[in-house]
Structure formats: C-alpha cells, structure tokens
Design a protein around this ligand. Structure first.
Ligand code: GDP
Length: 402
C-alpha cells in the first residue's frame, strides 16, 4: 500500500546524471575510508564589552544552561534559533590541507592565554583554578564537564598526585583526551559487513539531519567526494525538498564528487525521494545512498514526523540505514545542543558531524556534545572545501587546542 503510494508519488522525481568531473583527491587529514566497523544502526557567552556589575562569563554560562531547559518547551522557535541563514555560494577550496593544528587557531588562541597564565606561576593557587574554570567555560566545554574535570584535578592536587602548574595542565590535557575517547566514533563505511544474509542486493543509507545552515548539504558533498574517490558508487538523495536551493547546491556537490543524484520537486515528499534513490541504487549497483534532509518545517511536530517517516522508508529492504548523522554547527556553541535534542526525539542518531570548528573559539563544544548528548562526534568540518572534513581524533584535537 505504502509502496504503491510512494511509487505514484515518485513520478515527478528525476535522476540527474552528474557531469563527470575529475575527482578531487583529498589531501591531509585522516582518510574517511580508513576505519571500518561492522554494520551499526543503531557560552561561549557574549564576548562584547561587559559592565563591571554585569554577570561574569561563568554566571552567564550557568544561567544559559538553565534557559536551555526552558527553551525545550517551545516548539517552532527552537528550530529557528541559532540557524545561520543558508549560504549558497560555491565553497572555495582550502589553501592548505585541513588539519586540527592548522584550523583550530581560534580555539587554541582562547585557551593559550589562560594556560599560559597557569603555567607561568610557580604554584597552584586560587587564581589557577579560576583561570582553568574560565578557560573551559569560555571554550564551551560546558558547566557539567568543567565541574567534573576540575573536581577530579583538585582531588589529585590535594592528594599530591599532581605537583605544580605544568603537571596540572598536562593532567587536564590527558583527562580531556580520555573523556573524548570513550565513544565509538567509527563510521559504518561501505564494505564493513553490509550483507547480513538477506537475499538480494542491499543499499546502505546514510541520513544527514540538522537545522538549516549548519552544513548538512556541504557535509553530504564532502562525504560523497571521499567515498567516490575511494571507488564507492554513491547516489545522493536531495531530501531537502523544503528549500529549493538545497537541491541545486547538492547537484553541484554531486558533479564535483562524480556522483549521481535523485531530486524531487520543490515541496515534494522527501520520503519519496529517498525511496526512489534506494530503489535506483539497488537496481543500478550503487553501494550507498547519502540522503540530505530538511532542517526546518512549519513546526517541530512536522519535522519529527517527517524524519521518522524518511528513516522508516529508507530502512526497508533493499535499503538499510547504517548511519544517521546529526550535523551541528560549532559556532552556535551550547545552543546547538538544544536544537540537537529535537532531532534525537525524531530518529535514532548514530553520531555527530561537528562543522565550522575552524571558525570558532568554542572548540570545547565537542566535550559537551559527547557528554550531554551521549553521542560520538564522528566527523568534524574544518572549512568549506571538499577536503575539510576529517574523522574526529581526540588526541590530535586536544593536542591542537593546547
Ligand atoms: P545546510 O543548510 O545545513 O545544508 O548547510 P550548508 O551545507 O548549506 O552550509 C551552510 C554554510 O556553512 C555554507 O556556506 C558552507 O560552506 C558553510 N560550511 C559548512 N561546513 C563548514 C565548515 O566546516 N567550516 C566552515 N567555515 N564553513 C562551513
């Protein structure tokens, strides 16, 4: 019944054969195809001038956490808040290969002042703890994680296990790496046990969800380029039928990635687009469908229902949803966590793609995401270019920050 409806609804869907262009080979970073795993579905506060009687950064950050809970009660505004206006301009290729060290300058700059002050002292005193607390809060590590980290360090200083400021900073660095290393960040890449014994070809589906403007379409394009470059036949599904330009933008990325794309009509049913993409993928030997989705509908309920439906349709044989990646914009800091919860209500998210880490000092948001959402950060965006998406590497990340 649903099949028949979907088949009828797909009559306006076109498959666009992308113009073959040379694949842009990605330099630098960790190759997307390196780590495989089996099938798995499973404030900074305002930085402007603050009057002397204004609340401190820490107070603002703590009260921001309170408002976040209140904000969750609201529906439509939640989906609007913090979403940067979509920009359709063609992404410029980076001047240098993306690496944590080369792209995390802003976040490192913020921390270095505080850590320098801590290290420059001969002893650990009250000001040391104030500096560390302010550094972590301003980097958007979050109040909960900051309290946990500093509580543990205080105990170790008290017991004599940490002696001196240098050892303290090194211990903090080690604790951050440990905190970030607990989640399984491996991606369900093609070839990692896709065939589970069912008859017929199966198609892996990756869904990309998140608020408008966070970088979903760009991320789909970057992932497609990576997969294409490693020899995987990729089909893109332009599931953001809500925004006309999203399909155009994805087509551009498809051309660049030498991938094909299935598009629907503007305002059409996104589930139909994904359904059609899976069918075409199965009959034409594509290994993976990468599906973009809309980040904003008329209200939260519509969005949740729409995403549930897309996931359900995508997961029906021959389709199989192996990744649901929640794309978050690092520059929105803690606000992004509020938005994230809407998507967690709708679909079982397998991991986070954190974009625009190159443009923010709030690199600590990685810690808050993993701790508060309980989700692994799997990929990070370090720029607008095709090579600026790399797998999350806790040690390299923390090293670059310090
Ligand atoms: P969508 O609405 O979620 O699909 O977002 P888009 O993919 O259209 O991206 C919105 C803007 O963010 C575009 O200008 C992208 O080039 C930019 N963008 C995406 N990822 C990154 C990133 O990692 N770093 C930077 N600096 N910009 C990014």
């Amino acid at each position: 019944m649903i099949d028949a409806q979907l088949a009828a609804a797909t009559s306006d869907i076109v498959i666009g054969l992308a113009v073959a262009v040379p694949v842009v080979v990605v330099a630098g970073g960790v190759a997307l195809g390196m780590r495989l795993r089996g099938r798995g579905t499973k404030g900074r506060v305002p930085s402007g001038e603050v009057a002397s009687d204004a609340p401190s950064d820490l107070e603002l950050a703590r009260s921001a956490e309170g408002t976040r809970i209140a904000e969750e009660e609201e529906e439509a505004p939640l989906l609007e808040a913090g979403a940067a206006p979509p920009v359709e301009a063609e992404p410029a290729p980076p001047a240098e290969p993306a690496s944590y060290r080369s792209r995390l300058g802003k976040a490192r700059g913020l921390l270095s002042g505080y850590l320098g002050a801590v290290r420059s002292k001969g002893k650990i005193d009250g000001a040391t703890w104030d500096d560390l607390e302010e550094a972590l809060i301003r980097a958007d590590v979050g109040v909960g994680a900051t309290d946990a980290l500093l509580g543990d360090l205080r105990a170790r200083v008290k017991s004599g296990a940490i002696a001196g400021p240098d050892a303290l900073v090194d211990a903090l660095k080690g604790d951050l790496v440990a905190m970030l290393s607990t989640a399984d960040a491996a991606l369900a890449l093609p070839g990692s046990g896709r065939h589970d014994g069912t008859d017929g070809p199966s198609v892996d589906v990756w869904l990309f969800v998140g608020v408008n403007g966070v970088g979903k379409t760009t991320t789909v394009g970057k992932v497609a380029s990576r997969m294409s470059a490693s020899g995987t036949k990729v089909l893109l599904a332009a599931g953001d039928t809500f925004r006309a330009a999203a399909g155009e933008q994805l087509s551009m990325w498809a051309s660049r990635a030498d991938a094909d794309i299935v598009r629907g009509s503007e305002g059409g049913d996104p589930s139909s687009v994904v359904y059609d993409a899976v069918q075409r993928a199965a009959s034409n030997g594509y290994a993976v469908v990468l599906a973009d989705t809309a980040g904003r509908l008329h209200n939260k309920v519509n969005l949740i229902e729409e995403l549930k439906k897309i996931r359900r349709i995508a997961d029906r044989p021959p389709g199989r949803v192996v990744e649901v990646l929640l794309v978050l914009d690092a520059t929105t800091g803690q606000n992004g966590l509020t938005q994230a919860k809407v998507f967690l209500e709708a679909v079982e998210v397998s991991g986070v793609v954190l974009t625009k880490l190159d443009g923010t000092a709030k690199g600590g948001i990685v810690v808050a995401i993993q701790r508060e959402l309980g989700l692994p950060v799997k990929l990070v965006g370090l720029g607008e270019g095709v090579g600026d998406l790399i797998e999350f590497d806790p040690a390299a990340f923390v090293d670059a920050l310090f």
